[in-house]
Design a protein around this ligand. Structure first.
Ligand code: CU
Length: 143
């Protein structure tokens, strides 16, 4: 009997998890590009909204980064090398490098990025503690 109860709990948990996944996919399911697009990323309660995008390879994406929080954040997008360079989060201001922008409290910043190859490109806020809190996201680049 305890085995049956365990199985039921597992199935219910699995269904609940897939339900969440399905609705997230539906919300984020739109594939952007290949024509240039503008995407607004809201920074709310130290989260990226949305935190997942899908774009076609070759798409130029302009990111409008709107910080709704009363603290600094940054939006740094790129490969592992880029994220390692910013790991310590000691830049409050970023020079205009594609894919990188800093936003002060309630500020809006803008940057752009060319997603030239299929794969996954991560973005993050590397200010101290923010990645650990969950300030990460990803762009899935499809052919
Ligand atoms: Cu942050």
């Amino acid at each position: 009997m305890p085995l049956t109860v365990g199985l039921v709990v597992t199935v219910v948990t699995y269904l609940a998890a897939s339900g969440v996944q399905a609705s997230a996919d539906a919300r984020d399911g739109q594939v952007l590009g290949p024509e240039p697009v503008t995407v607004t990323i809201d920074l709310e309660h130290s989260r990226f909204v949305p935190d997942h995008l899908t774009v076609r390879a070759g798409t130029v994406v302009s990111f409008v980064v709107v910080n709704h929080d009363p603290i600094h954040h940054e939006f740094v997008l790129g490969d592992d090398e880029v994220h390692l360079a910013h790991e310590h989060g000691d830049d409050l201001v970023h020079p205009p490098v594609p894919g990188e922008v800093s936003t002060g409290p309630n500020e809006t910043g803008m940057t752009f990025y060319v997603f030239d190859e299929p794969g996954t490109v991560e973005f993050a806020c590397h200010l101290p503690g923010h990645v650990a809190y969950g300030m990460v996201g990803e762009v899935e680049v499809v052919p």
